[in-house]
Design a protein around this ligand. Structure first.
Ligand SMILES: Nc1ncnc2c1ncn2[C@@H]1O[C@H](COP(=O)(O)OP(=O)(O)OP(=O)(O)O)[C@@H](O)[C@H]1O
Length: 821
């Protein structure tokens, strides 16, 4: 059970000790708001004084002969500037004495800073703002100083004239213009990410736009491109077709696109006329086609030009839009234990060192050097044996040495991988906990580029350890009861909650013990996924677990189909393509969140359901990495009938908390060591070839409650993320109630498609015929009722009962005749 007591006294004493940092000041929302408003006010003040300076500078001119103090102290003197003498003096020094009209850039940068602070929007992308500001404040005055006559000197400001004069004297007039032109070009290229491909596509678009204008006069088809609608059903895609196809004008859905390197004039012309809303949708093409042509059409990604046009019109797809006001949990929700200095008494280090040296001497092992690295719970003594001592000798004596040192938790690493030294880990007399908060604020976690970063804890050398779940790609956790597994699972889940938006990741939580994960119920509509017809998102019932696992395998298969159709290798590439609007939602493409399945207490499940659990888990573990489904499985019974060979083979990343025997340690890690751990979050992480000792981050139950309350109180999606429906063997699907007299207009096409491909899958129909999900599902029901495909078989595709086209045509003819009457 996770601890219930927050260590209040420690907190207070640590707090009082905590040093004052300026950055702490700005982390307080009230101060941020204050600083933000101050900057916004400054921006407004400067804007007002600049605008009125440009209007009244002539009448206020006499004021500018005086010094600032003279001006302010002389009460009789008045100016017309909106903000009075202060505004006039400020504007004069910003415009005339420095940057000219470019002084407005100050308004921009102060407004950006102020609004980010006041609205707590963060400083992401602020470097772009700064670069833009610097460019304007330097480049613009120089340019104006170069081109403007003296009568307009005010616009360039003193800086402009100085810089322009210096540039002309150094590089000559032509050189000065060239330098400024290239500076502008470099800035534009860098800030708008111009690439050679983009420039080429603009030129091509320009050319075709020019041509289509010419063509407009002769054919109205040219208008189609302008009125092209993203939501329109009639999408046309490129076909890598055979020459016969291009001859066939009825197949003119093919868009010759930039992909062909030598875009000749003929192709350019056809580009504009092909995307017509009133043309036949691609689905009809299947009618008289041999199979291979249908296959080729599977290339569904949109061509770059179409995607670019869509992006121009709608911007990139933003998955977070639906919950755009969602705020990630703040660090204040976690207990601040203050900055923890790890302290191990010098005397303790010396006495341990002496003990090690003595013990080794008993076995005639001389050492030439010994070094101590102090970690949060253990200290690593790294030993360089004297010349001539074989490491294998020490390795063989591992158990004896541990016994002689007679302390719990000693682990000997002989040799330390990659070094010729031997490591002896000795527990500290006063172990420190590693608070989750200190890890979340670490630079490593804050700046990580990982897809699903897990902050697991601290290494023996006191470094924050962050691992990417997508790389693991699944995790097996084991440890005897009370050694820190539940805390470990909480740190993993909260790491993700702190880093990802609800649209980007969904959890499937399985908790047969019914207590550990229950508190995540509150974030159901934000972060959880469940079966369509189940009430609870935290799955506790074994039968439901089996259904959920099978449903996940269906989701996996569906995702594979989508990835294949999009011609990408993994989820990240798929989502990137989708965001760039290069995948058509009408074809079933959608933004795919990561799915993280967490099973707390795997042993109970495997004992009751055995293969029914093991098989889908193994299948998911084998195949799900590319499509973004990741499994985290925990158990307190690390025996071979729970962690079977099949499971082990598919979970290269494993965490062991303290276990009761060496055999258990071997079952989890394939090596001993976990029985030597000291508990309370002390753990070993095996990543296949490395074994790393970590002190797991600590997060208390009240802290997790704070986080889920914070998330749960915000607006969520209407329901949890729904997984595909799965009907178990014992739940016969209802007798199909399908009226074949009301067959879908695409019934014949769908029938020909499934027979030609011998695949009875709804997603195939969806993609190939360009239909929505519900309509493809109805077609599948009708095909089943007509005896063309077999019944639903869980995660497998349905069997196609009709084997050849002649037989199918016969069935279709009969149906037509039967219902014609
Ligand atoms: N990372 C940690 N740092 C410090 N103390 C910890 C850590 N993890 C666990 N503990 C301590 O160990 C206790 C038990 O932890 P936890 O509930 O996670 O064990 P468990 O392995 O999940 O047990 P069970 O299997 O019975 O649920 C906690 O109450 C806490 O006091």
């Amino acid at each position: 059970m996770p601890p219930k007591k927050a260590t209040k006294s420690t907190k207070n004493s640590q707090n009082s000790r905590a040093a004052f940092h300026f950055s702490d000041l700005l982390s307080k929302p009230a101060y941020k708001l204050f600083a933000g408003f101050f900057l916004l006010f400054s921006a407004l003040f400067i804007a007002g004084s600049l605008v009125s300076y440009f209007i009244y500078w002539k009448s206020d001119m006499s004021a500018f002969d005086q010094t600032f103090w003279q001006l302010i102290s002389n009460r009789d003197f008045t100016v017309r500037n909106l903000w009075g003498k202060l505004g006039a003096a400020l504007a004069h020094s910003m415009v005339y004495r420095s940057a000219g009209v470019a002084a407005f850039a100050w308004v921009y940068v102060l407004f950006q800073m102020g609004s980010r602070l006041a609205l707590n929007l963060g400083f992401r992308g602020f470097s772009t703002v700064l670069i833009r500001f610097l460019f304007i404040i330097i480049w613009l005055p120089t340019f104006l100083g170069l081109v403007l006559p003296d009568s307009l000197a005010l616009l360039a400001g003193a800086n402009g004239y100085f810089l322009a004069g210096w540039l002309v004297s150094s590089a000559g007039p032509a050189g000065a213009y060239t330098v400024l032109f290239f500076a502008l070009l470099t800035y534009l290229a860098a800030s708008f990410e111009w690439t050679p491909e983009k420039v080429a596509s603009w030129l091509a678009a320009l050319r075709s736009a020019f041509k289509s204008k010419k063509q407009k006069k002769s054919t109205p088809a040219g208008e189609a491109l302008e009125s092209f609608d993203y939501t329109n059903e009639t999408w046309q895609f490129k076909n890598h077709s055979t020459p016969t196809n291009s001859d066939n004008t009825s197949d003119s859905q093919l868009i010759p696109e930039r992909e062909s390197p030598n875009t000749d004039e003929k192709e350019d012309d056809s580009f504009t006329v092909e995307i017509k809303q009133d043309e036949q949708p691609p689905s009809d093409v299947g009618k008289n086609r041999p199979i291979d042509e249908i296959e080729v059409k599977e290339e569904s990604p949109l061509d770059d030009d179409t995607a670019n046009r869509l992006i121009k019109k709608y911007g990139e797809y933003d998955p977070t839009l639906e919950l755009s006001s969602y705020k990630s949990p703040t660090l204040e929700l976690l207990v601040d234990y203050g900055s923890r200095q790890i302290t191990v008494e010098r005397a303790e280090l010396e006495s341990n060192k002496d003990k090690i040296v003595e013990t080794l001497q008993q076995y005639s092992i001389e050492i030439s050097k010994i070094k101590a690295t102090v970690g949060p719970t253990v200290t690593l003594y790294e030993i360089v044996p004297a010349p001539g001592i074989r490491i294998s000798k020490i390795k063989n004596l591992e158990d004896d040495i541990a016994l002689s040192l007679a302390a719990m938790g000693i682990r000997i690493i002989a040799p330390i991988p990659g070094k010729g030294t031997i490591g002896i880990e000795v527990p500290n007399a006063h172990p420190q906990i590693v608070p989750m908060r200190t890890l979340l604020v670490s630079e490593k976690f804050q700046n990580t580029e990982m897809e699903l970063p897990l902050v697991l804890g601290k290494t023996i050398s006191n470094e924050t350890f962050v691992a990417d779940l997508t790389k693991m790609p699944h995790l097996l956790m084991a440890g005897a009861t009370g050694q820190g597994k539940s805390v470990g699972i909480n740190t993993i889940i909260t790491s993700i909650l702190y880093k990802k938006h609800p649209s980007q990741v969904k959890f499937v939580l399985v908790d047969p013990k019914k207590v550990e994960l229950n508190l995540y119920n509150k974030i159901e509509r934000h972060y959880l996924a469940r079966l369509p017809n189940s009430e609870e998102s935290i799955i506790t019932d074994t039968k439901k677990v089996v259904y959920t696992l099978n449903s996940l395998t269906i989701e996996m298969d569906n995702r594979y189909e989508l990835l294949k159709a999009a011609n990408v290798r993994n989820l990240k590439e798929y989502n990137t393509k989708f965001i760039q609007r290069r995948l058509n939602p009408e074809e079933g493409h959608r933004y795919l969140p990561y799915i993280v399945l967490v099973i707390d207490e795997f042993a109970d499940l495997i004992m009751t359901a055995g293969k029914e659990i093991e098989t889908p888990i193994a299948r998911l573990a084998q195949l799900a990495r590319a499509i973004g489904i990741h499994l985290i499985i925990a158990t307190q019974r690390p025996s071979v009938n729970v962690i079977t060979g099949v499971i082990k083979a598919n979970f290269p990343a494993r965490i062991a908390f303290r276990v009761s025997s060496k055999i258990d340690s071997r079952t989890i890690l394939d090596t001993g060591g976990a029985e030597q751990l000291i508990g309370r979050g002390d753990m070993l992480l095996s990543t296949g070839n490395d074994l790393i000792r970590l002190q797991c981050a600590f997060i208390d139950t009240p802290e997790v409650e704070n986080i889920v309350d914070f998330i749960g109180s915000q607006r969520g999606y209407p329901s949890a993320y729904l997984l595909p429906e799965y009907v178990g063997d014992d739940e016969e699907p209802g007798i199909l109630d399908v009226d074949l007299s009301k067959r879908d207009s695409k019934f014949d096409d769908a029938a020909r498609l499934v027979v030609a491909t011998q695949q009875g899958s709804a997603s195939l129909i969806q993609r190939k015929l360009g239909l929505g999900f519900a309509r493809a599902g109805r077609l599948i029901d009708q095909l089943e009722a007509a005896g063309i495909i077999g019944p639903f078989e869980g995660s497998k595709a349905r069997q196609v009962l009709v084997k050849d086209e002649a037989e199918l045509e016969h069935i279709l003819k009969n149906l037509k005749e039967k219902f014609a009457k």
